[in-house]
Design a protein. Structure first.
Ligand code: AMP
Length: 350
């Protein structure tokens, strides 16, 4: 489907449509991307590629978590621009809008409606214990109340769609456990209402590190610009970043994550791009220069088609907006059904 010829079909909505547990339908997987920064290679390898790769096997829901972006100091125009950019990039990486659901969180008001009901099922202590809240609240001078209740909104995001699986990195596992605890308690107190979600921890979890500081994770915020390969970086910028990547004083190429984390990171990136194991690939290169040349080529090979498709899609933002509006519309019926069940169960008149 090209942006100009697109017709937005309302296929039997693969995701977010009908309620109820898996069985009558396929496994449903959900992922949210927070528009707080430009997407990078870590996002692509750790989150986007796994979910796009399974969209024909599992019902797939991807939402742009713009409400979560408001939990820390933010710039309104930047959040809006990043939301559109990330949506465009999701389509550019191959998310099929006819097959999967792609929408913006704030355009489906049932997220916030369910959030409130779940807040009435969550203890202050439970939310306060979350490691991410503790870390982020010590870094900020003015802590927003929404930062404390962020994991409850995340629980609402997940439970709203009767999600079966949530692909999570280790950093988000505690939040998923909270969602499970909230769902379990709600079901026990008010009657069976929510599907119990489970974490899908990737078998091989590529954890892409900052190229200029391999002790830090490559990230939208917190990592260095020089050490982060953004999906829309031009080829010469990718080349420069890889060539300046920190290695170590050794001469031979070997895979030893503990003692040579910089080289190990390059080998892991290469393996994630071209296949094979980092140890096996290490044997193919005699110098760091050779290895870096191969990494530049592999990363560029992966990102080039995405960049080109993004350029094409970005020419028609109206198309991307229509995909998002259509996604929210298709998600609405199932979301309304979940909220109705929760309202009735908890004692509201509906
Ligand atoms: P974030 O950018 O932190 O909001 O994360 C969005 C998704 O990308 C999550 O599923 C993360 O686990 C994944 N992710 C973020 N950074 C990396 C990284 N450096 N390596 C692998 N996966 C990552």
């Amino acid at each position: 489907m090209t942006p100009t010829t697109a017709t937005l079909t309302t296929n039997p909505a693969p995701a977010g449509a009908g309620g109820g547990p898996a069985g009558a339908r396929g496994i449903r997987r959900l992922t949210g991307l927070k528009p707080t920064g430009h997407l990078h290679l870590g996002n692509l390898l750790g989150a986007i590629r796994p979910i796009v790769g399974t969209q024909y096997r599992a019902e797939t829901i991807v939402f742009l978590a713009d409400l979560h972006a408001l939990t820390v100091p933010h710039e309104p125009a930047r959040v809006r621009a990043l939301t559109l950019e990330q949506a465009t990039l999701m389509l550019a990486t191959g998310l099929d809008p006819d097959r999967s659901l792609l929408y913006v969180q704030s355009q489906l008001p049932q997220h916030t409606e369910l959030h409130y009901l779940l807040e009435c099922t969550t203890g202050y202590g439970e939310a306060h214990r979350m490691i991410q809240f503790r870390e982020k609240s010590t870094a900020e001078q003015q802590v927003r109340l929404s930062l404390l209740s962020y994991p409850v909104l995340m629980a609402a995001d997940i439970l709203l769609h009767d999600t079966d699986e949530v692909p999570v990195g280790n950093d988000q596992n505690q939040h998923l456990e909270l969602a499970r605890a909230v769902a379990g308690r709600f079901n026990a107190q008010y009657g069976q209402t929510f599907t119990m979600p489970r974490a899908a921890l990737p078998e091989v979890s590529p954890r892409v590190m900052d190229l200029s500081d391999p002790a830090r994770k490559m990230g939208k915020t917190g990592s260095s610009d020089a050490g982060t390969i953004f999906l829309l970086d031009p080829p010469e910028v990718i080349r420069r970043k890889v060539q300046r990547a920190v290695t170590d004083p050794g001469r031979t190429v070997g895979y030893d994550p503990r003692r040579r984390p910089g080289v190990a990171n390059l080998l892991e990136i290469l393996a994630a791009c071209v296949g094979g194991s980092p140890t096996g690939l290490a044997a193919d290169y005699r110098s760091y220069a050779q290895l870096k040349g191969a990494v530049v080529e592999a990363v560029e090979g992966l990102l080039r088609p995405i960049r080109l498709r993004h350029t094409e899609l970005a020419r028609d933002p109206g198309y991307v907006r229509r995909v998002l509006a259509d996604g929210a519309e298709r998600a609405r019926e199932g979301a309304e059904d979940t909220v109705y069940r929760a309202k009735r169960a908890i004692g509201l008149l509906c």
